[in-house]
Design a protein around this ligand. Structure first.
Ligand code: DQA
Length: 149
């Protein structure tokens, strides 16, 4: 029987380190540390392990995804602006073949035209967007449900 905890990697892309100050009318006033603390509480409740990382650099995010192969059960990613530009992150998610959910704070489909296209979502289980900070919690609960089946 598997006796290690389910391990979920939570990745945030560029400018997510500025949350709390950044376009608060769109993204709210909660910073990333606070969101991650909230997710740690959900993880405790679900008896799983999470590891949260943020980078402003595409290659670093690609590296982290590539290193997941044998030690991560699922990935939650807010690729931020790279959602709309990065074939490299898409290929990394596709390569590791680990269930992944794309999340966004805002409803990207109700904003500028260029935010409607995601390079990443087609290699993900799905996308959760528009629920503010709760997008992450919904994704975490959804991913754990999926991985438990
Ligand atoms: C975002 C939406 C992206 O379009 C944007 O570039 C971000 C944040 C969101 O969480 O709503 O940086 O991913």
């Amino acid at each position: 029987m598997k006796n290690t905890l389910m391990n979920i990697l939570i990745l945030n892309g560029p400018n997510m380190d500025l949350l709390g100050n950044r376009e608060t009318d769109i993204y709210g006033d909660e910073n990333l540390e606070s969101i991650e603390n909230r997710l740690q509480l959900v993880a405790q409740e679900l008896n799983i392990s999470i590891n949260c990382k943020q980078s402003n650099h595409e290659g670093e995010i690609v590296d982290w995804i590539g290193q997941c192969k044998n030690n991560v059960d699922g990935i939650i990613i807010n690729p931020a602006a790279y959602t709309h530009t990065s074939v490299a992150i898409r290929d990394a998610v596709s390569a590791v073949n680990i269930p992944t959910i794309e999340v966004h704070l805002s409803n990207v489909h109700a904003r500028e035209e260029f935010r409607r296209h995601s390079f990443i979502v087609s290699v993900c289980v799905g996308q959760i967007c528009g629920f503010g900070v709760d997008s992450y919690e919904l994704a975490l609960r959804g991913l754990v449900l999926l991985l438990s089946k």
